[in-house]
Design a protein around this ligand. Sequence first.
Ligand code: ATP
Ligand code: MG
Length: 565
Amino acid sequence: MKMSKMLMLTLREVPAEAEIASHKLMLRAGLMRKMASGIYNYMPLGLKALKNVETIIREEMDATGAQEFLASAMIPSELWKESGRWDAYGAEMFRVKDRNDRDFCLGPTHEEVFTDIARNEIKSYKQLPVNLYQIQTKYRDERRPRFGVMRSREFIMKDAYSFDKDNEGLDLSFNKMHDAYVNIFNKCGLDAKCVEADSGAIGGSNSAEFMVKSEVGEDDIVFCTACDYAANIEKAVSTPETMGKEELKKVNKVETPNAKTIEDLVKFFNTTDKKFAKTLIFNADGKIVAVMVRGDREVNETKVSNALGGVTELSMANAEEVKNATNAEVGFAGPIGIKVDELLVDNEVANMFNFIVGANETGYHIENVNYGRDFEGTVGDFRNITIGEKCPHCGAEITIARGTEVGHIFKLGTKYSEAMGANFIDENGESKPFIMGCYGIGVTRTLASIIEQHHDDNGIIWPLSVAPYHVSIIPVNIKDENQMKVAEEIYNKLKSMGIEVIMDDRNERAGVKFKDSDLMGMPMRVTVGKKINEGQVEFKLRNSDDIEVINIEDVYNKVKEQFNK
Ligand code: ATP
Ligand code: MG
């Protein structure tokens, strides 16, 4: 590609809306442009890199025996009603009507569609296992689209769906996808870690996420410092801190004027926050639910939602709902006498002695409260684990890092096949529901994550595997016929070797071309300047500061060397 012919515009200024490196660089290097909030157009350079990521994914998926498919993005509501998700999906789903007032959605994911395909096309166990995948555009009306294509409202996903006759088959399919994902992210030059993830109300160790560590990530990942345990904080199991045993004291109501927050109360009672159990009130799909955790802990909403059998909308209760439940203003909720549909008590609270809770009366708290004697509820793990706590596997210390999910593999079991009557005939002639798995990769998010992990102050540093062009050739002075002749020669020969080359033949100063070349991040640069008189050009790798002066005829081996590394 000749740069003079390419539709491209690099930006010197950092676009105001971009907060993170990949977003800034994707705009500055001219890989994409924003059309609306969370909606982007890919420019030629960006599309080339995106296609390279897709090729890697395709190769690895095909190698597992999965078959590529392409479903429509527009899905009739009937399929979603069969699975029950037309209502459950909520505001994130883009819904449209046709001219006859029939409801459709723009697919945020495709479990229903592929379950429907399977029930129509697969009749017998002899046809199983089957794994169908597609690389396709998804639509989600995200509450907060941000960070460019990291969280956009239109994005490209690779989604795959496996159909097996039994659980052993599903395990195999799941493990194959796990291994394929490891290969895919490796080939993309992405350092991604597989972590245990929440599997919703289904439970079990049925879900794993591929996470890239990133300070701007929206997930917290828990890592053990000793063993290889890694889990999303949504899922990471907390171990209750053991508290010293105490004699149970008599319950005592205390007037606590103006003390509402845990900090106020710690001062007032002159104790530590570990002596308190806070009671938080939620609205879970219309049900009012109170959750108790120790004063210094955070409620884990995923664990709460799972304990309630799966919740679509979980939000803090409003002042009126709090008043109805506690007869008090916000800040005085406690377990004794509270009027809620459900009271969830964290394991740790159930093990505490003589603790302090709200009195369900404005201006009052109760001390010396004990679980079992003074109140009861559903006891379980309802809090977030924190740095320094015990690893649930080996007991060593855990640490927490921010991460972004690039892929997700999930054992669905019969959730969709049962709901939608997707059955096959087994060895004994019986009709059985498919045992399913689903496997997603955020393709556009993967591209952004690659840039997030591979850049410096000057721009992108593409790994060779996904670089839109491998080599950028820069003739220093396009008015110099000899320089242009040599540059053309190298350009043509590299192209004939199957190398992707871009030549900056624009009538610009060399400094401008170097800056753009660094910004766009091609892994190798060949500069054709005055040294051609001695038969030499400059060779430079984007990820190194060294400039090598080499003979023109050595360029080809130099380039090849990079591919053999
Ligand atoms: P997140 O927790 O980040 O919202 P998710 O759990 O909703 O992700 P899945 O439904 O598992 O995501 O989708 C599969 C993959 O699609 C994710 O691993 C992620 O890489 C990608 N993805 C999901 N939502 C978006 C989005 N809004 N923009 C870009 N990629 C996305
Ligand atoms: Mg999401």
